[in-house]
Design a binder for this molecule. Sequence first.
Ligand code: CTP
Ligand code: CA
Length: 231
Amino acid sequence: TQSAVGDLDLAGRHVVVSAGGTREKLDPVRFLGNRSSGRQGYALARAAAARGAEVTLVAANVTLPDPAGVKVVRVESTAELRDAVLTAAAGADAVVMAAAPADFRPVHRSDTKIKKSDDGSAPVISLEQNPDILKELSAHRPGAHTVVVGFAAETGDASGSVLDLARAKLARKGCDLLVVNDVGGGAVFGSDDNEAVILAADGTAVDVPRGSKGALAHVIWDQVSARLAPA
Ligand code: CTP
Ligand code: CA
């Protein structure tokens, strides 16, 4: 199923890719965030554009240069990411959630800088859950045949192996494909390489050996392409 370089199999298709990590403001100078670099999402956007797709890239706090021929929408928080993705996804053929949305946001955001007190005490920060964009997209498809793809970085724990947890996550999210990275070694964030298993809701699994994020991006689009409704 590997597509040849120069194959325009996504011509006439509109795809949406999210990338980067969202930030939730605590006060004007502080945020809760994560270490997602946005590289995998940018590689996906670049690969889709090279295959002829019209691409909207929703980028959360990414410092990489805009990929050529791609519409980039910049966001900061998970709420903004949700709005931008849902807007861009209307009628889209595929949506790939490569972004790492902050799962929680502070219940209260201070308009002024939180100051420390002299007694050595520290503030207690209450959090609330953010909306789950992937779950929402999967439950309410933005187009009749939109293919929905999620990512999962798992370490495996006492409750199961990486693949057990990933299968459960795929079912919970309701998406068509879940791209699973084993981050037990901690080598994925900010790295140029990636290694993954692409799990499908139809039960298949495709192993993608260690390689560039661009190479993984093309295998993901191969899997998406195979599931698109006839043009
Ligand atoms: N995701 C999302 N909205 C969120 C959180 C996650 O759309 N609020 C998407 C991510 O972009 C990714 C997928 O869901 O494609 C899996 O993210 P992950 O953080 O692994 O899933 P969670 O359900 O947040 O589970 P965990 O408790 O393991 O973080
Ligand atoms: Ca999460």
